[in-house]
Design a protein around this ligand. Sequence first.
Ligand code: NI
Length: 165
Amino acid sequence: MFTMIANFAAEWEKEAELTAQVLNGLTDESLQRRIDADRRTLGALAWHLVTSIDFMTSLGLDFKGVNEGEKASESAGGIAEAYRRISLALLEAVKTQWTDDSLRESRKIGGGEWPNSAALRYFLMHQAHHRGQMTVLMRQSGLRPPEIYGPTYETWVDKGKAPLD
Ligand code: NI
């Protein structure tokens, strides 16, 4: 859990950049990719990363998000641009509207008690969870996923090394 806003801000900047790299790697055609007919498409997962940031307004933060029901951008570039704007708006809101003390406050959400610091941590993990799903769908679309927490298969090949299996 975070005890200082500055620590969250530094981590959010890094993680949002990783998410942006995934979104920047998508093509319009790839947005339709899904593993099965009744599963979310790559585009729906990407848009979910944009709209889910709006959830943070239920913690009392005031910023302009994109509502869950809002029509998804149909272009990969549009989704990436919306994410960049909203992830920055969230960061600005946390930095300017909360203090380190705010991190210890908690709120009732969906029947549970959520310390603000835990909600921020959850949010970072939530992004990572969906990024993992998205990089699989990127591969299935013939796209090259970015390096996230380590080298990709292609990085090893580029370096002339045998990829780990
Ligand atoms: Ni989700």
